[in-house]
Design a protein around this ligand. Sequence first.
Ligand SMILES: [Zn+2]
Length: 209
Amino acid sequence: MIDADSPHGPAGTTTVRIARWTPGGCVWCGSTDSVEDFRNEPRCGLCREKEAVIDEAKHFIGMYGLRPLGGTLASEDEEEREYRVTARDAREVLNRIRLEKLPDPAAVRKALRPRAAAAGNTPAATTSGAPAKAPTKKSQAGVTGIDAIELQSRVQKLLGQLTSVDEQISALDGVQGLPARARMKDLERQRTTVLSTLAALEKARRRTN
Ligand SMILES: [Zn+2]
């Protein structure tokens, strides 16, 4: 979007390949550039952008029950082809920047733990009425803290998604034709999915509190 006048802009950016993951870095490429949680893992801005492109293509493919991504780009129409091409390009970028050795998930979790505690999500602080059961499980508090943060970030993302879906629905309002109707149906389906996921997360949140 930013590279409006250079269609191949993102692919041309100079990405220095990092050999090893260090705490605070993206678990896929090691970059520390705008790292945020993505599917419960720290990922950098570029990675999240590319993963989102692939997710969108997967969603489209799934919605129409098309052949899975990968392999040939052969498509029934232009739209499908575009999804396949952009997803392939995104995958290429991800493969190019991938760490030579991906970090051990246990090490990543361990590195996240102090951050979770620092964020003020320390269940131990709210001792009022909390049964003092299983004090031997020292790791429990840390894990709960991370889960709460993960939940929070997922909820935030879903709310953003909901806003975007709603905006698209209002934009389509009054638009005639089969593609618009199909798109609307899909948006409504997305909306239902987002809402039920939010409900499930809310339930999970109550469990962790
Ligand atoms: Zn990355």
